[in-house]
Ligand binder design. Structure first.
Ligand SMILES: [Zn+2]
Length: 330
């Protein structure tokens, strides 16, 4: 790959991203993967070490005469995260290497308002401050993930009422010296999967699609650029005007085909059961797989509706699903 002119910030980001994804690396393979000479890499590693972001541990390399210093992110750096969802505000403290030291959840009221969500943030941040004080933990950064944040067509946040400027001010009062970053929750999910999934299938630009109660996407580009990850609205794009009815009132939106409620209905299971299955959502029950594939494996239909009708519906949705999913792999 030809060497592109890069800023110091981009080079540092490339090294830190590589260490986050790999969990640690010897210098020669690290230099190769971030496209730097070993001398240039040495200079940058020296700075990163002085800033307390990385550490180098003596460890024999798996080959004779190889390097002996394993470079990894510094395990003593503590980061806090807050994740806002429809039910909870979760708060946690962890390290750069992925271990979790503390986690707590504060429930949201059934009908959240800007005021009540603000109070929940204050409660969660008080828990965080108390815990870090008791343990004498110094936070390096706080990340806050909010659903729907940064969508161009939205004013405020209609998914969960939440005044970001108010939360930012609260963080400024309670954690004055700590850097705070807000991000869209789908971007946070996408970043997590990209950095933590072994053999993540894409390295170039791609669309990450998150399927939950709704459907949303994140445009994923080179992670060392500032605007690399952009939330994308696609849940209510219409893929077939004669499709199933969506909760927004239109017919044939992506959500009506592929959201959690739509998949649960298609597979003939309840939403909580589908959620409980996690990533094995169709894997353990041949009947369910068969339903999803639009073929009947079970001699006795356990489903309440007419089987032929259900299969036709499954097949027609599959055709639409493929249409919806096709651009994602490009
Ligand atoms: Zn819709």
């Amino acid at each position: 790959m030809p060497e592109q002119p890069r800023s110091r910030r981009q080079t540092r980001a490339a090294i830190l991203t590589h260490l986050l994804q790999s969990g640690g690396s010897f210098r020669p393979p690290l230099a190769k993967s971030v496209r730097l000479s070993e001398a240039s890499l040495s200079r940058i590693l020296f700075d990163l070490k002085a800033e307390g972001l990385i550490e180098e541990v003596r460890q024999p390399a798996p080959y004779v005469g190889g390097p002996t210093g394993l470079v990894s992110l510094d395990g003593s750096v503590a980061l806090a995260g807050l994740e806002l969802t429809g039910q909870w505000l979760s708060v946690g403290v962890g390290g750069l290497t992925g271990e979790l030291h503390y986690t707590e959840r504060v429930p949201l009221p059934a009908k959240p308002t800007v005021e009540s969500v603000g109070r929940v943030f204050r409660e969660a941040l008080t828990l965080l401050r108390d815990w870090t004080r008791r343990r004498r933990v110094r936070l390096a950064q706080i990340g806050v993930s909010v659903p729907g944040l940064g969508r161009l067509s939205e004013f405020g946040n209609p998914i969960i009422p939440c005044d970001i400027s108010r939360v930012r001010a609260l963080l400024g009062d309670m954690f004055a010296d700590v850097t705070v970053e807000f991000t869209n929750s789908v971007v946070a999910h996408a970043t997590f999967h990209r950095c933590r999934t072994e053999n993540y299938p894409f390295s170039g630009a791609h669309l990450f699609v998150f399927v939950g109660q709704g459907v949303a996407g994140a445009w994923m580009d080179d992670p060392i650029e500032d605007d690399a990850f952009q939330p994308v609205e696609l849940g209510h794009m219409v893929f077939g005007a004669d499709g199933p009815r969506c909760r927004c009132g239109h017919h044939g939106c992506v959500e009506a085909f592929t959201s959690l409620p739509a998949l649960a209905e298609l597979l003939g299971v309840l939403e909580p059961e589908l959620l409980q299955r996690g990533s094995d959502w169709g894997g353990c029950d041949p009947d369910i797989l068969a339903r999803a594939a639009g073929t009947a494996a079970s001699p006795v239909s356990p489903w309440p509706r007419d089987r032929q009708h259900a299969e036709r519906k499954a097949l027609s949705r599959r055709r639409h699903l493929r249409l919806a999913v096709a651009p994602c792999g490009e």
